[in-house]
Ligand binder design. Sequence first.
Ligand code: ZN
Length: 200
Amino acid sequence: MQLITLLNHCQHFPGFVYDKARLCAQTKSIEIEVRPRRGSKPVCSGCQQRGPIYDHQSQRRFEFVPFWGFMVLLLYRMRRVDCRACGVKIEQVPWGCGKHQLTSAYMLFLAHWARKLSWKETAVSFHTSWEKVCQAVEFVVAWGLEQRTLGPIVAIGVDEIAYAKGPQVFDARPGSRQAARACCGSAGSARWRASSSSSS
Ligand SMILES: [Zn+2]
């Protein structure tokens, strides 16, 4: 089974094609070229509408989830859109966000592990830097805050909240060990917990 076949199964992006994959033994990385599907128009990053191509930019590298210890990089030449509403704008790609060098999938992956391990342990385990783990957590927290809808909630009358699949239950009753731990964790983890709970 080829790597591109696997990628198409787990991360298929309509309008784009995984073109070629090559192994770079020296840098212990796998580079995958991505190109737009023939005839597909780019999406404007300002208004999310499709528009005609203005020009092509130089190739960008996006870090994807590592595979068997190899760094995986998506290589793509960004297009600029000649948008009727916004003028000339860089296109929006489904695997990335703004100027982030990491793909959204990789940021979600790192942020997921950063909830189970410390940020440093996460960085060491996946051969990345503490800064990238921090960037990933900030991205997920910001995304969660954007999705949060604050309605007219007065009080939540429950003592226990299910926080994962299965029998795990967070005991929110005053005086419980979990409630105390949630209040007294380290600054980083408390911030993460607070943000992740507000987004759920
Ligand atoms: Zn636009």
